[in-house]
Design a protein around this ligand. Structure first.
Ligand SMILES: [Zn+2]
Length: 93
């Protein structure tokens, strides 16, 4: 792994990168949930990877909105989390 030219992006990076913000209580809720939910952790990691890839490309434009499938997956994960269920446990007919 090469060392990158890291600029000072240590504050607010996640909010800027993802293009939306979360309430503090939502962040707590999510953080707590992630401790016991590998599928969500994996999803977040893939999201981070995608964000990093976008940065590596070096675009200065705002990223396009999430594609509908990814957006739906994120929403589903969030809704499942709020109802206390794992998204992988949700029934899909
Ligand atoms: Zn989860």
């Amino acid at each position: 792994m090469e060392s990158r030219d890291t600029q000072s992006t240590d504050s607010g990076e996640t909010e800027q990168s993802l293009g939306f913000t979360l309430e503090p209580e939502e962040i707590d809720e999510i953080a707590e949930h992630l401790q016991g939910c590998p599928p969500c952790l994996e999803f977040i990691e893939s999201l981070k990877t995608t964000v990093q890839m976008c940065k590596d490309i070096g675009t200065t434009e705002r990223p396009a909105p999430l594609d509908p499938a990814t957006h739906q997956r994120l929403l589903s994960a969030y809704q499942a989390m709020r109802s206390g269920k794992s998204p992988t446990a949700a029934k899909q007919d």
